[in-house]
Design a binder for this molecule. Sequence first.
Ligand SMILES: [Zn+2]
Ligand SMILES: [Zn+2]
Length: 181
Amino acid sequence: MPNRRTETRHATPGNTCNHFQKYGMTCDDFDRLLARAAGRCELCETPEGETPRGALVIDHFQGDGLFFVRGLICDRCNSVMSRHDRSAAWGPASLPWADKARAYHLAAFEQPTPEEFEQADRYIASRRTYNVKDRHYIPVAPRAALVVRLDRSMTEAARKLRRHLTDRQRARLIELLSRPL
Ligand SMILES: [Zn+2]
Ligand SMILES: [Zn+2]
């Protein structure tokens, strides 16, 4: 059985390979993946040394109980795949890669069954991508210091506080003022 002590071929001495620790992939499987990628990003085909970080990463799909390694890709394509998986919304830079991302997904290294691919698609479709427009509006307290003169009318002080505090801050202030000393 492959274990932490046997799967060490691609790690520094005394360590277990990352592909085994994080993805449960044996050294033999990882060698097959390296051979398939042949030194290039499997999505955009950029040679490893010319990719933004100069290194390829293991990409996997995860969700709804599914977990499978798809391949070796560059950082840029990793973010394209997060669009494919709908954990982020497509943008002008990623959209031209949509078809290639799809083909790459379907050519996943750890070949899932057709049923598992369908399950993955249902899961992806059920996801709601994060969109700034949908963000719940949270009032932000003004950054500038607020000076309230207490040697003047209390009505004026209250009016000023009401204008500058959020509902939550106001409620908290009332609560604090109502506490026995
Ligand atoms: Zn290894
Ligand atoms: Zn790439």
